[in-house]
Design a protein around this ligand. Structure first.
Ligand code: MN
Length: 285
């Protein structure tokens, strides 16, 4: 542990990501970061023992218990990664934009139910559950709430790294059928969209449009107007994104080619691609 792998993968004179420092005091926070690297995915992190245990979830977490989300355990991250949002520069590990998609508290749950309900467990029990590959926990975030499980998959195929888990929502009052993660493309810290964080031209365009409404005195009204503005902007964006997508894709493809030659060590996107294939297989099974 102790963040060696985190340290080894990064060049801290180039990336704005926090340095590899193990925290003295541990809380039980969690964060989900939306990460647009060469492949879009979500990073799910639980604070334990002074670090953030981390899983890359290609499709992101779901509140639908029917979804079994593949979650690949990756290197522990420093606790200060908790509010990291921004851009990891090109040619660095995980290059792309990072959004703080959800934050909150987590609570390990004892595998032994009391009167049909999960009850809180302590850190030691949490460690034991992790070692066993079956961690139950409760989330109290802004978007993710209720009981979940992370279940380690047995390495069934040759070449499996043994880092594959499934993130599954338990049945409770917080479950949502046909949960659509794409409905939330905004930071819970800064309210920015992924495009805004990346500083894309498309978002700069709608941000810079004249604020023609003048000052609004009532704060609640200002809030409502801001929301309406955002909704309109989103509608406009989705209308234009279909057209923009194909060109953007072409651009990234050519970019990838040139960067690959100079730096072959970016393993994250490859793992995620493999994982996506695997989830497809899971679905059909
Ligand atoms: Mn990531």
């Amino acid at each position: 542990m102790a963040l060696e792998e985190y340290k080894r993968k990064r060049r801290f004179e180039e990336t704005p990501e926090p340095p590899p420092k193990v925290a003295v005091k541990s809380g039980r926070r969690f964060v989900v970061q939306k990460h647009r690297a060469s492949r879009l995915h979500y990073d799910f992190r639980l604070e334990l023992d002074g670090v953030l245990l981390s899983w890359a979830v290609p499709k992101g977490p779901s509140l639908d218990p029917a979804d079994k989300r593949l979650a690949m355990q990756v290197e522990d991250h420093p606790v200060s990664y908790f509010d990291f949002e921004g851009i990891i520069p090109e040619n660095n590990y995980g290059a792309g934009s990072v959004m703080v998609w959800d934050v909150g508290k987590w609570q390990p749950l004892s595998p032994v139910q009391v009167e049909g309900k999960y009850v809180p467990a302590n850190d030691e029990e949490a460690r034991a559950m992790l070692n066993k590959g079956d961690l139950k926990f409760r989330l109290e975030g802004k978007r993710l709430k209720g009981d979940f499980a992370l279940i380690k998959m047995k390495g069934r195929r040759a070449g499996s790294k043994g880092n594959e888990w499934l993130l599954i929502k338990k049945h409770d009052q917080h479950q949502v059928e046909d949960y659509d993660i794409d409905q939330y493309d905004s930071s819970v810290l800064t309210k920015r969209s992924m495009d805004e964080i990346a500083g894309d031209e498309a978002s700069a365009e709608w941000r810079s449009r004249p604020a023609g409404r003048g000052k609004v005195k009532a704060p609640w009204l200002a809030d409502a107007i801001a929301k309406l503005d955002q909704k309109k902007a989103e509608e406009r964006k989705s209308a234009s994104s279909a057209a923009a997508d194909s060109t953007a894709e072409a651009k990234t493809k050519s970019k990838k080619k040139s960067s690959r030659a100079s730096k072959p060590a970016k393993s994250e996107p490859i793992e995620i691609r493999a994982a996506e294939k695997k989830t497809k297989k899971l679905k059909s099974a």
